[in-house]
Write a protein that binds this ligand. Structure first.
Ligand code: NAP
Length: 478
């Protein structure tokens, strides 16, 4: 069968590592028709602001599988990274980062048998890039996490663990602090876990996960986590096993898969024939498994490990010792086809079943949603007591009581006895009088009263969703 793959060589060291990978893959005899496309620095320089030409997008839409080298955003050209553009355009919601010990690579963790895969949600969370300057001195970044996003990544993680015969899956969150956003991943994980009885589910708080990854890295098999947590722990993972020359990755969406190394274009090494192609090569190995070419994937994986075991080492691994060039390393791997590693236990891989999740925007619906108040954000130089008294007087004839004011999440009015340092963005929480429900017209009336004397900058309705509070309380609020 002929596979069609969009090939982006990329910038800096990109062409060297991608050509090495292509040569090794072709040597296995797998039939791939490469569609060579452009993206990155040269495209930006021609004036295309996205760094990704239409022909490349069309090729990806047609082929649905991409092998790419690193792309750089040259200073002074374009504002957005072409990498991020590709991930967002194709909604590649799962970022996969295998973390496995390599032979002959000296690290403080050598011999511990590290073999984990980190699965990071790749499109939601703080990385949606929705930011505001709320006052001249207070910045905000929205952390959006959806049930749909959680369901996609959790199901993907279980399917992935199953496809590689992994027996445990850790879900790493900060649900103890961010009960709704990070908590949604935990809740979704706990609800879906029973559908995968062959995989042992564990929830772990992300900071403890980082700590345990360093103390007992061998105990993790698969970790699923939110975008920001995943960004950090996947780099921690790369560090455990020896650095960027050895860190492959994949970005998977529904029907689209982009395989690329974690590293960038390392411009200082471009054209010098000294860098390690293993990270892109092992991304290519992941691609071969995605295409169902398990035998070729295993041949390359084992030949590469055998090559390292023979002491044929690229410079980043060899350090001060004798090292091999990128092209000689490539040829040595091909010459070692058929050899197997003495240390790396081969897994029994299966094709991953990318789960389908309902496409409708509102996959979770409530039976009831009752508005019981509103938080009004106010940009004010006043201190809490004065602001509170003024707001009470101003809003006395509305349908609301001022329940409290908080500053950066801590109640300051009425004083809860805390001593927070304060900034000029206040949250005034108004609840409907006598515990009644309220509506948007009454909220508009409240805002009109407030804006007579104060600058409100944002509102958030306080809702009971199916009888449960759809908002959190401030520190000190009862
Ligand atoms: P980088 O290109 O990843 O390089 C950082 C360092 O990592 C290199 O100087 C080198 O370390 C080591 N390294 C990276 N790849 C290696 C390899 N294949 N073999 C051996 N050593 C390797 O990071 P950067 O210098 O911060 O970024 C350069 C450009 O790449 C930037 O424009 C950035 O935006 C872009 N970038 C692109 C992607 C992507 O396309 N996915 C990802 C990250 C960065 P030593 O100096 O210690 O030898």
């Amino acid at each position: 069968m002929t596979h069609k793959v969009t090939l982006i060589e990329g910038d800096g060291i990109g062409p060297e590592v991608v050509r090495s990978t292509r040569k090794i893959i072709e040597a296995t005899g797998v039939d791939i028709k490469w569609d060579l496309c452009e993206a990155g620095a040269e495209v930006f320089k021609r004036g295309l602001k996205s760094g990704v030409p239409e022909e490349t997008i069309e090729s990806i839409k047609r082929n649905r599988v991409v092998l790419k080298g690193p792309l750089e955003t040259p200073v002074g050209f374009g504002e957005k990274s072409a990498n991020v553009t590709l991930r967002k355009l194709f909604e590649t919601y799962a970022n996969i980062r295998p973390v496995k010990e390599f032979p002959r690579v000296d690290t403080p963790f050598k011999g511990r048998g590290i073999d984990m895969v980190i699965i990071r949600e790749n499109v939601e969370d703080l990385y949606a890039g929705i930011e505001y300057m709320r006052t001249p001195g207070v910045a905000e970044c929205l952390k959006l996490i959806s049930r749909k996003g959680c369901e996609k990544i959790v199901r993907f993680a279980f399917e992935f663990a199953r496809s590689e015969g992994r027996k445990t899956l850790h879900c790493a969150t900060k649900a103890n602090i961010m009960k709704f956003s990070e908590g949604l991943l935990k809740k979704t994980f706990e609800e879906i876990a029973p559908e995968y009885p062959d995989i042992e589910p564990h929830h772990i708080i992300i900071d403890n996960c980082a700590h345990q990854m360093v103390r007992f890295p061998e105990k993790f098999e698969t970790i699923v986590t939110t975008n920001m947590n995943g960004d950090i722990i996947s780099d921690l993972g790369s560090g455990l096993v020896g650095g960027l020359g050895l860190a492959p990755g994949a970005n998977i969406g529904n029907g689209i898969a982009i395989f690329e190394a974690v590293h960038g274009s390392a411009p200082k090494y471009a054209g010098k024939n000294v860098i390690n192609p293993t990270a892109v090569l092992f991304s290519g190995v992941m691609m071969l498994r995605h295409l169902g070419e398990f035998e070729a994937a295993m041949t390359i994986e084992q030949a590469t490990l055998a090559t390292l075991e023979e002491g044929i080492l690229p410079k980043d691994i060899a350090g001060e010792g004798p090292s091999t060039s990128t092209t000689d390393f490539t040829d040595a791997i091909i010459a070692n086809f058929g050899k197997t590693s003495s240390a790396w236990k081969a897994r029994d891989y299966k094709k991953i079943k990318v789960p389908e999740v309902d496409k409708r925007p509102d996959i979770v619906r409530s039976k009831t949603a009752e508005c019981i108040g509103v938080d009004v954000y106010i940009d004010s130089p006043l201190f809490s007591e004065e602001l509170g008294q003024k707001l009470r007087a101003l809003t006395a004839n509305t349908d609301f009581d001022l329940k409290m004011i908080s500053n950066r999440g801590v109640q300051t009015f009425p004083s809860a006895g805390t001593m927070p340092d304060v900034v000029d963005l206040w949250r005034a929480r108004f609840t409907a009088k006598n515990g009644a429900s309220t509506d948007r017209s009454k909220v508009r009336n409240l805002l009109e009263c407030i804006e007579k004397d104060h600058k409100w900058t944002d509102t958030k309705l306080l809702e009971l969703i199916d009888g449960e509070e759809g908002f959190t309380r401030a520190q000190g609020e009862n």
